[in-house]
Design a protein around this ligand. Structure first.
Ligand code: 3HC
Length: 329
């Protein structure tokens, strides 16, 4: 299984003959589709990769609330406000499930948050783009949550038990997120010419940043081969990106909107759309912190973390007092 991975992605995954007895047994469990639980033996690299991926996933959920939260007070109707409020609250819960899954690996939420705020850990590049008007909120639900679903559904089968169970919970809510976004785009695309123009501009702004969500192309992905060997990742970045394009282009056509890619074309032979890759130089600039909203997003997270310190301290003091009282009984 992972031997093909080495061939197909050409990245160093430890060949079986170089594995220790424990590593071979572990790999057999993963290949057999068993779930690895926190107390099970696991290679240190497996633990580290999980902490990196799950924590960055959790950071993405929490930071992802900012671009949409920006529009809760400016939603066009009370109904839209209630829907957006529910969605943003869901994202907070997704972050919670994922931080809890990461904590089973022996890290604390405080450490993970400090790593985010110091730039040592990432969150998804997509959240460094601004939401300029209400059509952007539709595009975020339709395209960003649509891409997230494409990426998260396979992760329900990931080898690490707590991550897989968190994904099952999260995926149940993601389809509502994507539908409410598409419903906004439908209303605007079928609305006044001005609303349709706004919807077209929103897909122009969010199309390529949404393609970037799946990560660099497979040839540049440093983690894919090992992550797939360990079933921390089930599909490659390019596989999921292609699936997303194939599913989303007909949806855009139904809306009467144009995907901003002159080279987009259905390929009868492959049975997929041929499409233009994102601007990878832009992608790496955003990862380096030079996207349109990186500073603003991290400042907002830092302020929330600092403003909330008194709540965490109070809860910890209460917990310590209760523990001391229980010990004294
Ligand atoms: N944004 C930020 N960093 C990215 C990225 C992106 N779109 N794509 C890749 N990277 C980073 C990786 O984290 C890695 O850097 P690191 O070593 O510092 O962690 C580097 O670029 C190389 O990329 P790889 O492809 O080698 O890395 P991975 O194998 O980790 O693949 C991934 C990247 C596909 C994002 C994978 O980590 C993954 O599937 N993560 C889980 C899903 C997730 O985090 N989704 C983010 C969006 S969540 C969301 O949208 C919430 C929704 O409710 C709106």
């Amino acid at each position: 299984m992972y031997a093909q991975m080495v061939k197909s992605t050409g990245q160093g995954v430890k060949p079986r003959e170089e594995m220790s007895e424990e590593e071979r047994h572990f790999q057999d469990r993963v290949d057999a589709g068993e779930k690895i639980e926190p107390k099970d033996w696991m290679p240190e690299g497996y633990r580290k990769t999980l902490i990196r991926q799950i924590a960055q996933h959790a950071h993405s959920e929490v930071v992802g609330q900012l671009p949409e939260g920006n529009w809760i007070t400016r939603a066009p109707t009370l109904e839209r406000k209630a829907i957006l409020l529910a969605k943003v609250q869901d994202e907070a819960g997704h972050g919670l499930y994922l931080y809890c899954a990461a904590e089973t690996l022996g890290v604390s939420r405080d450490d993970l948050t400090e790593a985010l705020l110091s730039g040592k850990m990432k969150y998804s590049s997509i959240f460094n783009y601004p939401t300029l008007n209400w059509a952007d909120i539709g595009a975020v639900g339709w395209l960003v949550d649509g891409a997230a679903i494409m990426n998260q559904v396979p992760l329900q089968r990931t080898s690490f038990g707590p991550y897989s169970r968190a994904m099952i919970r999260i995926c149940k809510e993601e389809s509502f997120h994507q539908r409410q976004g598409y419903d906004i785009m439908m209303k605007m695309a079928q609305g006044t010419p001005e609303q349709k123009r706004m919807a077209q501009e929103a897909i122009n702004r969010f199309w390529y940043p949404s393609l970037m969500m799946f990560g660099p192309s497979d040839k540049d992905s440093v983690h894919s081969a090992q992550s797939m060997a360990w079933k921390i990742k089930i599909n490659t970045n390019d596989e999921l990106r292609q699936k997303f394009v194939d599913q989303t282009v007909p949806q855009a056509e139904y809306l009467g909107l144009t995907v901003p890619d002159p080279d987009l074309k259905w390929n009868e032979e492959t049975g997929h759309y041929d499409f233009s890759e994102p601007d990878w130089a832009e992608f790496y600039e955003v990862l380096k912190g030079n996207g349109p909203c990186n500073t603003e997003r991290l400042e907002a997270r830092r302020k929330a973390w600092e403003d909330g310190a008194w709540v965490r301290d109070g809860l910890m003091a209460h917990a310590e007092k209760r523990a001391a009282r229980t010990a004294a009984q």
